[in-house]
Design a protein around this ligand. Sequence first.
Ligand code: GAL
Length: 682
Amino acid sequence: MKDDKTRIWYGGDYNPDQWPEEVWADDIRLMTRAGVNMVSVGIFSWARIEPSEGVFDFGWLDRVIDMLGSAGIAVDLATATASPPMWLTQAHPEVLWKDYRGDTCWPGARQHWRPTSRVFLRYALDLCRAMAEHYKDNDYIVSWHVNNEYGCHNRFDYSDDAMYAFQRWCERRYSTIGALNDAWGTSFWSQGLNDFSQIIPPRFIGDGNFINPGLLLDFKRFSSDALKEFYKAERDVLAEITPGRPLTTNFMVSASGTGLDYDDWADEVDFVSNDHYFTPGSGHLDELAYSSSLVDGISRKQPWFLMEHSTGAVNWRPINYRKQPGQLVRDSLAHLAMGADAICYFQWRQSRAGAEKFHTSMVPHAGENSQDFRDVCELGADLQRLSDEGLTGTRLVKSRVAVVFDWQSEWASEHTATPTQQVRHWTEPLDWFTALADNGITPDVVPLREHWESYEAVVLPSVYLLSAQDSRRVRDYVSGGGRLFVTYYTGISDENDHVWLGGYPGSISDVVGVRSEEFAPMGSDFDGVMDHLRLTNGTVAHDLADWITSVSETTRILAAYEADPWTGMNGVPAITVNDFGRGRAAYVGCRLGREGLAASLPSMLDAMGLDMSAQGASADVLHVERCDESDQRHFDFYFNRGHGIATVQPLGDVVVASLARMRAPGGPVSIDPNGVVVVKRP
Ligand code: GAL
């Protein structure tokens, strides 16, 4: 296969085994017409490739790979290990995973295997070996697609295999049972353990009961690691037989679906790839941009693959909304803007049968004479133009502002015995991303482990867990001149979920200059309880506020609560700014939501001494830039975020316009809702 480094990969999951071979030629014809240059093959084909134990049938796969390759379409070949065949699970029911009540997950769908089963691992590695041996010299295959979306359905397994593996994992992490007892706080409720063999996964404990938070948090860590070990075993077999062929596995980064610790996983792949499915409604573009930015953060600004998204409706929500006109092209270009160098879909041709027959695809049930296929062709042409103009090799330009996301804080905040079940980590970073965009600023989303200290301004949004080391990083960042925004529910506990004492946020209260003694949750589940709090700056808080009882001498109060005196919240500081060392820290002591944050941001930015006007965009436009290291090639992407017509003044040539028009050469460009323009600077 000609390795043309300037192309943008374009294609999707291709499941030829669902169709008679006569259809394949038509597939290739349509792929060529759409500009498709890469497809992922074999993801769920185990039963077809190995119809009975040790008997392999590569004939059909050879034929289709050959047809694709001869037409110039590269193959991202799956290991096919995601969905075990019936002969395997019939012979070895002990590979099926169990839920927390001990019920078996039976075959009938996919991913019905337990990550810690040695038996299953052996079969999976045998298949990887057979695939790698058979295809090691096939030049049409440009990468390995290892397994598929690890943990999508089998993230938590409570079987005995899992239990023994969890015991070993705990032993590696803590060395002594004393250290584990300490970390899990087992002196509470008589939970002390005498040795590692007494550890059991967080199985059924009775409805309405509360599991040990340390145990639960470690089980989530273990489950991410167990799947990662499985991935590494598959990867290592492939890498040994086909050294040099790049490997990836598709992650599932999206704002609400935290799943595995993908920042940790990212160290183990040759290139990061992600599957992203849109959030219907008003959060569509912002959530997409947020998630893509986080993917860019975990791939450390190296180009990454968008391995799956949808041309339109999915089939797995209770109501599967269609995309609006323009969104098919716009969504893909938004992922591209945020750093993707490949745009792929689930899937190429819409299935006639099976559980995903109502999931939209590049070639829909309606066939090639359809709006979706026309859009797919338009997108193919856009991507070709962008690659001709030199987009490949450019990177998402680093923002001045970073919003931090932390998997561990999300996992810990999911516990059911917290101040309020309405508050978890993940909503706050997304609200900040959106509120910053409302102020014309497109921030980067970066994992806590990343060097967020290199940004001029950083947001720590409900980062519930802060270890002593991370607290030190926070302190050093601000004292060294950084501008830090911190919210409620940040720095509450250390990495073992032991609360920092002395008033919240215990480990960094000197940095933010506030001390809160109690949480003030809000709700409407009882008559007469507080369900919101008004702030003196006109915004409104919901769900949670801190009862801030003192501020340091260097702290200025930007907004306080206006409440009835008897609530105890009247006049309590809500938003503050503190001078600390050479830097400043703003504290937002309540949940303001996107609107409240957006409205509060101008005065906060001002108080922090941050002038962001040069960021350029307005609330109705999302502006994203990509450029190469020497800034020879610089692209501006402008997306209409609103429902009216947005206008931008391009700083160069418009190379792609979707639902957008230039009024006169060199003049402003009008962008319709769901529209986008890409401009190349001279
Ligand atoms: C992904 C999966 C695909 C397909 C898709 C549908 O989770 O990897 O195989 O099921 O979702 O949205």
